[in-house]
Design a protein around this ligand. Structure first.
Ligand code: PLP
Length: 858
């Protein structure tokens, strides 16, 4: 659906969010609209993720970590012509008018609010049913399952992935169109006051409250407050489906809807539930899926008060966990309410898909990486997945199936639009699978196009050599069974792996940025293979999220960054005279720490006829590792003043123990020495440079030393080394698998030199990790523990080079092939570090190169 920009301005005016830039000579907003005929079909909030520039309206949102007005230029350069801005203090409107002569500028009081109000208006244009889902867990699963169950009956518009935030909800609901017949949207909140806004956007006619966790969230005073806030979503719903046997929840829900017309439908295992789930039984099945016995649960649902009286109905789901049973119960109730035939429900429920909304980037054959997103296919999820693809290796292939579930008259437009997305996102090679793409080939504009009629046609002519050094995205509707393609592409590897959560990295980067005073720059430390997480992968994500600087220890690491397409400035900390040529040819900026290296570098630059090369001066304020003594600053200043080969880009020092209260006096002294040294140097040189000293711990503990830039290291990788309470997210999870399980009798021994003595009958498991992988030998004989089925299992005997034995008496359900967590969110790496007499820094950087790094987003 499209609106003209003028219509949108009118909507803003009516809803009371329109503004004119204060203190300027504009009387009305119309004066800033120079292209009144522009049509708006898409909303954009991220200048890097725009698919249809000409018909997009860009909202410059202001958040804690960034101000969208700084990215307006980039959006303009990419072809966007319509902008919504807010007149934040100090905004100069002239540069926008002068440098974006073709742009329509719409000023509002608050860009986020304007986005929400506009979409609220859009929502009110439609009268078909809309399902709103909230709860602590299961929102996305219920949404995807309902979509799967109902997609043949209704043309459905729904939130992509887990888009459920204050921005994600409006972006999702904007996709509502006249052709749709049912909307399914999820809403997530983190504090009081947010749900009211989401309610006005989604306006659900059918409400679903999934599981409410008992966890006490930091944004709420109590779990009651959290529940009541969530219920606000269903204020005007005709019916609410919820899932609980908890008395306090039943009570609060009843009280909340006391005088309202909303019908309450409770699903539960107890008597008195409107839909009662009973006779829940695990069933073994002969069918095997990927070599695992497939387990199903059979459930009887007793439905109260139907036209025919109470009725009872039995179905199976291919899951056994209690969350899945609850979610399936909700889906049954809603499907029935929407008129789905119960036999059709039962047939589909038996094949409910597993929903893993995380997009994983996995290593693939011939140094490729592969993203497998072959659960569903629609425009929105394609765009999201292509954005992730764009952060990977430079060469990109998309393997795409026909679009499912289209009515005949919708096809032409749908294929045309998807072809547009593919063109705009700059896919290099497109492989289409299915006959409909063959018909639509004329619309495809890509450098390389290959087309197949079916998945089998592709797999039977598959040649591994045709995929090399590229990132591959698999995007297909379920019935095309792209898992077959995935199996061909995936690298079969040693199953021990380090999972790096990219979403957590970005979260931590933003978190630390929010602690910085305005204008302070951030350098990210990516030395030592980015603390073990993967140099290029980390640098690409950081660059994408606008890091100001990167730092590595040695020139070779800098070369790897440049060869991998990293363009942000890079500081190299430990340089020697043999590396000068490499530095210069890769635009790497050296740390200068002594007169010897400074003179050598100046001589080298002279010999090459180069001048004004940026360098970073290191002062030694107490670490006594590298750097000039602050007493040497006058002599250094004199030398620097006499030459033009280098210029000082920054001067810095490094704290020895900024995390340790016992050394706070020493930290203060170091900070003051650096500031004094910089003052002296600037005065003598007659120009200013960037000053920096704060590492992760100092950012929070010594904000007065954030100066012009901070150097973020371990905090980015998920470790809080201070006692400050910061919501840092775990980034790295190391996992290994069980190769074999044995039962030993009392008196037997385990491992080299028989150090593991078995005192009673014991089950042990051999796991695929050893000291060559960084699992220290100090963890032998009970010092180290790993997590198996939620239980801490101790190491038994000595750790071997490639394998380790653990005592698994506490985890009787364990079987061969199961995964153990070596460290991660459930078992903090600090515990393993303490047990092996070291720090998390050393644990991270000791993880062997043979362990695959796998990157996930959530
Ligand atoms: C490694 C390093 C840092 C980062 O320290 P963290 O404690 O990991 O934040 C900062 N500055 C220098 C010079 C470093 O070598």
């Amino acid at each position: 659906m499209a609106y003209s920009i003028i219509e949108i301005v009118e909507v803003f005016k009516e809803l009371g969010v329109l503004d004119v830039p204060a203190g300027k000579a504009y009387k009305s907003s119309r004066e800033l609209i120079i292209r009144p005929e522009d049509r708006i079909e898409h909303l954009a909030t991220d200048s890097r993720k725009i698919s249809f520039a000409a018909t997009s309206l860009f909202f410059a949102l202001k958040t804690a970590s960034r101000d969208g007005k700084d990215f307006v230029w980039q959006a303009y350069e990419n072809g966007v012509r319509n902008f919504v801005l807010q007149d934040s203090a100090g905004l100069q409107i002239e540069p926008y008018i002068n440098e974006m002569p073709e742009a329509n500028l719409v000023f509002v009081t608050d860009t986020t609010l304007a986005l929400q109000k506009l979409v609220g208006f859009h929502r009110r244009q439609f009268s078909y049913p809309v399902i709103g889902i909230t709860g602590s867990n299961g929102k996305t699963v219920v949404k995807e399952w309902l979509n799967y169950l109902l997609e043949e009956r209704f043309s459905i518009v729904r939130s992509p992935r887990s888009f459920n935030s204050q921005i994600g909800v409006p972006i999702s609901v904007w996709e509502m169109n006249e052709q749709d017949e049912l909307g399914i949207f999820e809403a997530g909140i983190s504090t009081v006051g947010e749900m009211r806004k989401l309610q006005e956007i989604i306006r659900p006619t059918i409400g679903i409250l999934t599981n409410i966790g008992d966890a006490h969230d930091s944004g709420f005073e109590s779990k009651k407050q959290k529940l009541v806030e969530k219920l606000l979503l269903f204020k005007n719903a005709q019916v609410l489906f919820y899932n609980s046997e908890d008395d306090w929840i039943k009570k609060e829900v009843t009280v909340f809807f006391e005088n309202s017309a909303t019908r309450l439908m409770r699903i539960g295992k107890d008597k008195g539930a409107d839909i009662r789930l009973s006779d829940i039984a695990l069933e073994q099945n002969d069918q095997k899926v990927q070599n695992r016995q497939k387990q199903t649960t059979s459930i009887t649902a007793e439905i109260q008060g139907t036209k025919e009286g109470n009725s009872s109905f039995k179905f199976n789901i291919p899951f056994t966990d209690s969350a899945a049973i609850q979610n399936a119960g909700i889906c049954l109730a809603v499907s029935k309410y929407l008129g789905l035939d119960l036999d059709v429900f039962a047939q589909k429920a038996a094949a409910l898909p597993a929903i893993d909304m995380r997009l994983q980037v996995l290593p693939a054959i011939n140094r490729c990486s592969v993203i497998n997103d072959s659960y569903s296919l629609d425009q929105h999820s394609l765009q999201v997945a292509l954005d992730l693809l764009n952060q990977q290796l430079p060469s990109k292939t998309l393997i795409l199936s026909d679009i499912p579930g289209l009515k005949e008259h919708e096809k032409e437009v749908a294929y045309q639009q998807m072809a547009g997305i593919i063109h705009n996102k700059q896919v290099h090679r497109l492989i289409t699978i299915g006959p409909e793409w063959k018909n639509a080939a004329g619309q495809l504009n890509v450098p390389v196009l290959e087309q197949y009629d079916s998945t089998v046609a592709f797999t039977s002519s598959f040649q591994p050599g045709r995929f090399k050094d590229e990132a591959i995205l698999l995007k297909g509707a379920r019935r095309f069974q792209f898992e077959r393609i995935f199996n061909l592409l995936q690298e079969k590897v040693h199953q021990t792996r380090l999972e790096i959560n990219l979403t957590a990295i970005v979260h931590n980067q933003k978190l630390y940025r929010s602690l910085l005073k305005p204008g302070v720059k951030m350098m990210a430390m990516v030395k030592a293979f980015a603390y073990g997480s993967g140099l290029l992968e980390m640098a690409s994500v950081l660059q994408y999220h606008h890091i100001d600087y990167l730092a590595v220890a040695y020139a070779d690491e800098g070369v790897a960054l440049r060869n991998g397409g990293i363009t942000v400035p890079v500081m190299v900390m430990n340089v020697d005279e043999y590396g000068f040529e490499t530095l210069i040819s890769h635009q790497l900026e050296p740390e200068i720490y002594s007169f010897r290296i400074l003179k050598q570098f100046i001589d080298f630059l002279n010999s090459q006829g180069l001048s004004q090369y940026p360098v970073h001066i290191k002062l030694d304020t107490g670490m006594h590792r590298l750097g000039f003594d602050p007493k040497e600053v006058p002599k250094l200043a004199a030398l620097l003043s006499q030459q033009r080969s280098v210029y000082v880009k920054s001067a810095f020092s490094h704290f020895t123990s900024s995390e340790d209260e016992a050394d706070d006096q020493f930290t203060l002294k170091q900070g003051h020495l650096l500031v004094q040294g910089c003052d002296q140097l600037e005065k003598a040189l007659g120009y200013s440079f960037i000053r920096h000293i704060a590492n992760t711990a100092a950012i929070a503990r010594f904000p007065q030393f954030q100066l012009d830039m901070v150097r973020l290291g371990i905090g980015l990788y998920g470790i809080n080394t201070t006692h400050e309470n910061l919501p840092i997210r775990t980034v790295a999870t190391l996992k290994a698998t069980i190769a074999q399980i044995k039962e030993l009798a009392a008196g037997e021994t385990v491992g080299y030199n028989r150090k593991g003595k078995v005192e009673e009958k014991t089950r042990i498991a051999t796991i695929r990790i050893g000291y060559a992988d960084g699992f220290s030998r100090l963890l032998s004989n009970g010092n180290g523990k790993v997590l198996l089925h939620g239980k801490r299992c101790p190491v038994i005997g000595n750790v071997c080079m490639d394998m380790t034995m653990i005592n698994i008496n506490q985890a009787p359900e364990a079987k061969e092939g199961d995964e153990v967590e070596i460290f991660g969110a459930e078992l903090p790496v600090q515990e393993m570090a303490a047990a092996s007499a070291t720090t998390s820094y050393e644990v991270f950087t000791s993880i062997g190169q043979r362990i695959n790094r796998i990157y996930v987003e959530d």
